[in-house]
Design a protein around this ligand. Structure first.
Ligand SMILES: Cc1cc2nc3c(=O)[nH]c(=O)nc-3n(C[C@H](O)[C@H](O)[C@H](O)COP(=O)(O)OP(=O)(O)OC[C@H]3O[C@@H](n4cnc5c(N)ncnc54)[C@H](O)[C@@H]3O)c2cc1C
Length: 348
């Protein structure tokens, strides 16, 4: 079998890259072994403002401008709804935070998202004595559903193999890559935290962070916006909410833990005062990089091997943009953004 590309890993990165190949009539084969869960468990939230400090997310506005049409296109392709828009309400802890919000909401990159008025809390189920700051034009992508739908299409096209990619089986001949029965021009590795097993790219400085989330049922809460306090409470519909997420830089297992649950519930109870039931708990590893920038580019020796990783805490927004940049780099030699290019780690 001969293809233009092999893609290893089908999370948000692999999906965004596969889609751009499909749009450009390139042939590809995906390998996916379900060893990582990040894209499937993610809250899927997009929001271009850092809600701790009220600063713009790195390239956030541009990323959203690339990302939303991408998911819209997939909605049309699969006749499904993935993008659920809502406002985000940031709970203020003090008057000082209110003031910081006012100042930030006047800045050019932020003013199309941050409402400059304080929203008073009228919901008896929420503790928010200093009110909320309202962010407009935010939402969540149902990452699990879009990945599921996309995989079904690839199954029909026989473009996905559910098996672990074995790095030892790679051979290089005449500027092509041989992998078992497949001959490809290039291999793009999109393995998320799985990168640490990849002998070609495992030297890249990841600083991955495990995250845990709960799904709760809270019939009396009755909110249709995302509440952001020490954790977020994200409306899923039918009185269900996702609560998250933890950050753990030591534990690299995919297991949901009692400590994770306890931490989330303690934080939740500090600003929610309605009864709720925990329905589920999930965990995943965010592929975060030491310098907090994506990992995009080609291997310094094997030019047929590329990497698309390091989406960190914001894969929903970043994936479509960096996938496009990698594609244009590989096919048209358009230079990569030096902040994302893995060459930054090769320079002395
Ligand atoms: C708890 C939590 C909450 C989050 N919330 C948000 C959020 O609200 N908004 C947001 O934008 N981001 C969020 N993120 C971050 C987001 O999930 C990631 O940025 C994104 O999913 C990374 O996508 P990826 O495709 O690079 O990696 P992954 O999703 O990890 O995908 C990699 C894929 O490669 C496969 N794979 C790996 N190795 C191999 C191999 N050798 N052979 C075959 N297949 C292989 C894995 O099985 C996996 O499917 C969250 C993450 C977590 C953990």
């Amino acid at each position: 079998m001969e293809v233009d590309y092999i893609i290893v890993g089908f999370g948000l990165a692999g999906m965004a890259f596969a889609d751009i190949l499909a749009d450009n009539n390139k042939t590809f084969l995906v390998y996916e072994d379900a060893s990582q869960t990040s894209s499937n468990v993610a809250g899927g939230v997009y929001n271009p403002v850092v809600l701790k400090r009220f600063t713009p997310v790195w390239q956030g506005k541009q990323q959203i401008e690339d990302a939303l049409p991408f998911y819209k296109k997939l909605e049309n392709k699969f006749s499904a709804i993935y993008d659920h828009t809502f406002d985000t309400y940031r709970v203020f802890k003090s008057i000082e935070e209110q003031n910081n919000w006012f100042v930030a909401s006047e800045k050019p990159l932020l003013n199309s998202f941050m409402d400059d008025k304080i929203v008073k809390n009228s919901n008896t189920g929420i503790i928010a004595d200093y009110g909320f700051g309202r962010l407009k034009n935010t939402g969540r992508i149902d990452t699990k559903l879009v990945l599921q739908d996309y995989k079904k299409l690839l199954e029909q096209q026989k473009s996905i193999r559910y098996e672990t990619f074995d790095y030892d089986e790679l051979n290089f001949k005449e500027e092509k890559v041989h992998y078992k029965d497949v001959l490809a021009k290039k291999v793009v590795f999109c393995e998320g935290y799985g990168l640490h097993k990849n002998p070609f790219f495992q030297h890249l400085p990841m600083n991955e962070a495990k995250g845990e989330l709960l799904t709760i049922y809270a019939p009396e809460l009755d909110v249709d916006f995302l509440i952001k306090a020490s954790v977020f409470v994200l409306p899923l519909g039918n009185h269900q909410y996702k609560v998250g997420a933890t950050f753990n830089w030591k534990d690299k297992s995919l297991k949901a833990t009692e400590e994770g649950k306890k931490e989330l519930l303690e934080k939740l109870d500090s600003f929610i005062k309605v009864p709720y039931k925990v329905l589920a708990q999930s965990a995943g590893i965010r592929p975060t990089v030491k310098d907090r920038r994506p990992l995009v580019g080609i291997h310094k020796e094997y030019k047929e091997l590329a990497v698309l990783n390091g989406l960190g805490t914001r894969g929903v927004m970043i994936a479509p943009k960096v996938a496009k940049e990698l594609y244009e780099y590989l096919e048209m030699a358009t230079p990569l953004d030096p902040e994302c290019d893995i060459q930054r780690f090769y320079k002395k």
